[in-house]
Design a protein. Structure first.
Length: 361
């Protein structure tokens, strides 16, 4: 019997989101029904609303969520009603060529629920990143629900489902930051600050935060930045070199995803250094770099997909670090809001007023 629940729907491109009643089916084979407790408002949700991801409207927004399993479908044996979970938008299939090669964090056929959630008239909804958690209940593939320690409050725990994991993993997994490394992070929003936290936990001796907003730079020190650079009035390449003995950083993380920040990151690294792009660019953006510089500077240019994480492995670890006081998830939560306040949260996000607004149900 379908469940009638309130949810945030993006009905058409660029239009304000709407709070609607939708239908969520009981779980089928390999699926679970989750009662959502909290869900962060992420830039990706705004990209969906604005049609920058695809045009499969209407969208059911929300994907950075924690909640409790309400029921499970046939064949689900490792989850049970009452389990406390964080939702992941990557659920490795175990069978694709990447999974078979032992690289499930790159899974090319990630699992989602097979049944659609719909509007009351039967119109199928496209759930953001296969989740759709700006809703009282959502339906996901069982592999998307990762059990974690229930001691973690949902407002904080849900954030590892996307932004925190993406930034943390960009530093620790993709960038391979290790003890004694120097690191520069461009962009000190939620993802950038998570990269700063990851680099600090991994043992970097110097973590340089780069942004054009002094408020964000001040906040970055809370997550482990040892130095800050305001690139609005200072050449960030020269500033980072000056803070690294004239050499540049071992690892640079671009958490903005624009051609100008990518170029800065490219020249901000030391010879043979690593540049990681985790900020999501617009589809029409291009980058032009001299091929001789690509050759002569060496090192690695990498893109970070979801922090190259394996949710079943990494989510419990990050929650444990949060509960032990090593990872300040609470610091990412700027405000808690209701379901009908998501549109105003988008405005605050655009203006740089928040790290994360979190919907609490």
């Amino acid at each position: 019997m379908p469940h009638e629940v309130h949810a945030v729907v993006a009905a058409k491109q660029g239009a304000p989101v709407e709070l609607q009643t939708i239908l969520v089916p009981d779980p089928g084979p390999g699926e679970v029904l989750v009662a959502v407790q909290a869900c962060g408002v992420c830039h990706t949700d705004l990209h969906y609303r604005d049609g920058a991801i695809n045009d499969e409207f209407p969208f059911l927004l929300g994907h950075e969520a924690a909640g409790v399993i309400e029921s499970v479908g046939p064949g689900v044996t490792d989850l049970a009603p009452g389990d406390y979970v964080v939702l992941a938008w990557r659920a490795p299939c175990g069978n694709c060529r990447s999974c078979r090669r032992g690289r499930p964090w790159y899974c090319f056929d990630s699992r989602n629920a097979a049944q659609p959630m719909t509007l009351l008239d039967g119109t199928p909804l496209a759930p953001a990143l296969g989740i759709g958690a700006f809703a009282e209940k959502t339906l996901v593939a069982a592999g998307q629900a990762v059990k974690v320690d229930p001691s973690a409050r949902p407002e904080a725990a849900g954030l590892i489902g996307c932004g925190v994991m993406a930034g943390y993993g960009a530093a620790v997994h993709t960038g391979g930051v290790g003890s004694g490394d120097t690191v520069a992070v461009i962009g000190c929003g939620g993802v950038g600050n998570a990269a700063i936290a990851g680099a600090s936990i991994a043992g970097a001796r110097r973590v340089i935060a780069v942004d054009i907003d002094d408020r964000k730079l001040d906040g970055a020190t809370r997550f482990g930045a040892t130095h800050t650079v305001n690139s609005r009035g200072t050449d960030p390449i020269e500033a980072v070199r000056g803070l690294t003995g004239g050499n540049g950083a071992d690892v640079v993380i671009d958490a903005v995803g624009r051609p100008e920040t990518y170029r800065q990151g490219f020249y901000m690294r030391d010879l043979a250094g690593t540049l990681v792009q985790v900020g999501v660019p617009d589809p029409d953006m291009r980058i032009d770099l001299p091929l001789i510089d690509l050759f002569s500077r060496g090192g690695a240019l990498k893109s970070s997909w979801y922090g190259d994480c394996l949710p079943s492995r990494d989510f419990p670890v990050l929650i444990d670090r949060y509960l032990s006081g090593r990872l300040d998830l609470d610091g990412f939560v700027t405000e808690t809001i209701a379901l009908d306040e998501v549109e105003s949260a988008f405005d605050k996000m655009r203006d740089g007023q928040v790290l994360r607004s979190v919907v609490v149900l």
